[in-house]
Design a protein around this ligand. Structure first.
Ligand SMILES: C[S@@+](CC[C@H](N)C(=O)[O-])C[C@H]1O[C@@H](n2cnc3c(N)ncnc32)[C@H](O)[C@@H]1O
Length: 382
């Protein structure tokens, strides 16, 4: 088993939540802008990919060094032990980015790194001819920041938000990683009711059910590093077995998703069935303002329309006013609404207990948090 420096990349604002997940997997880590850095062996690569709910992808660091000239970039890249990762037939496309660095031509940096790795592999594998690149895929990235080069290999392949259950979607679905992060920012526990009144394609209820039953979010997909020779298939089998053992399919859940649009309700149901959670989540058509309940200490978590499109604004603002009135009586419930609307609190009619800035893609949003009463001790599951 080797020891590798790994980076779990995240959306801005999600780093601390992803770091908590990394620590829960048993790895010490450090947080930087948009990334969580940790070390681990081959199992760590597999476990991070399978289990991290809020990270975008997991990258393996091959080297980091200052690089002010193309010569320096070439020589230092060539001096790294690429043959420890890449077999002789590896396919290794190189992507790049450069921020505040002397070497600003990304295409030149990519070409130089590609050439340096090829030279290194030819020497290591005693090849004089062309490398065929007919084998497993290794996506290399050269990232320059303030004249420091970071060379990584992507271990995930498709982004980790691609869980494999989304067979259909609406107009503005939440990324699964953000939905999981939102749930982690609430005080929801599997013993409590969770209601998403704007469920769209069902991302929040589905992610909540996966969290509630401790099902690994990557259980239904494959990862690029599964094809790599230096991580043997037993490692992946072991990690998948561990995930199966840790899943708590007996955990009862009370999760409901509703939406004004019956087509979205059908899409949610399809996605939940694809995730194997069809029987667990209740989806139905309903206006958000019509939510009434006798349950106590539940959680409302919703991602309503933001009213950013011309024509939508007035309708959305009326809806925010309506839900403010409708949810006023739910004093034991905690309510969390994600929106970019700057006047949300005014329209909803109540100042939030707390706001948290988050990016939904490129849209700057806030998670408005209205904390309800804490459950009496005997009902608390925390
Ligand atoms: C931004 S989308 C939610 C996306 C969802 N989180 C997902 O991941 O697919 C907003 C949803 O709110 C629904 N909606 C709009 N007005 C509503 C209302 N008054 N009551 C309930 N749902 C509403 C829309 O049909 C749409 O599906």
């Amino acid at each position: 088993m080797g020891t590798y420096k790994l980076i779990a990349t995240t959306a801005m604002g999600i780093e601390a939540i992803a770091a908590k997940e990394v620590r829960e997997l048993g790895y010490d880590c450090e947080v930087e802008n948009g990334k969580v850095v940790f070390t681990g062996d081959e199992q760590a690569i597999a476990r991070a990919n399978l289990w991290l709910r809020t990270a975008d992808r997991v990258k393996l660091v091959v080297g980091e060094f200052p690089a002010f000239t193309f010569d320096e970039l070439f020589e230092k890249t060539k001096s790294l032990p690429w043959e420890e990762f890449l077999p002789v037939d590896a396919e290794f496309p190189v992507q790049g980015k450069s921020v505040k660095s002397k070497l600003f031509s990304v295409s030149d940096c990519q070409a130089i790194v590609k050439k340096a790795i090829a030279e290194r592999l030819k020497i290591a594998y005693k090849r004089t001819s062309w490398l065929e690149e007919s084998g497993s895929l290794f996506k290399i990235e050269v990232s320059l920041l303030k004249d420091k080069a970071l060379l990584t290999i992507d271990t995930s392949g498709a982004g980790l938000h691609k869980r494999g259950y989304r067979v259909d979607q609406g107009e503005a679905p939440l990324k699964e990683t953000l939905a999981a992060a939102l749930i982690k920012l609430t005080n929801w526990q599997p013993g409590r009711k969770l209601h998403d009144p704007f469920c769209g394609s069902g991302t929040i209820p589905i992610e909540a059910a996966l969290i509630g039953q401790n099902i690994a979010p990557g259980f239904n997909r494959e990862f690029l590093s599964e094809t790599w020779p230096f991580i043997n298939s037993e490692t992946w089998d072991k990690v998948r077995e561990e995930a199966e053992d840790l899943a708590n399919y007996d955990q009862e859940l009370d999760i409901i998703g509703t939406d004004i649009d019956h087509k979205m309700v059908e899409i949610s149901k399809k996605n939940a069935f694809e995730a194997g959670l069809g029987e667990l989540i209740d989806f139905k058509q309903m206006q958000a303002k019509d939510l009434t309940t006798k349950s106590e200490y539940g959680v409302i978590l919703g991602n309503p329309p933001y009213g950013e499109r011309i024509g939508d604004k007035k309708e959305v603002e009326k809806m925010y006013r309506d839900i403010g009135i409708a949810y006023e009586t739910l004093d034991t419930w905690s309510i969390y609404i994600l929106t970019s609307h700057p006047d949300f609190e005014k329209l909803y009619g109540k100042q939030a207990t707390k706001k948290r800035k988050l990016f939904n893609g490129f849209i700057r949003t806030d998670l408005y948090q209205y904390w309800g009463k804490r459950p009496p001790k005997e009902q608390r599951s925390e």
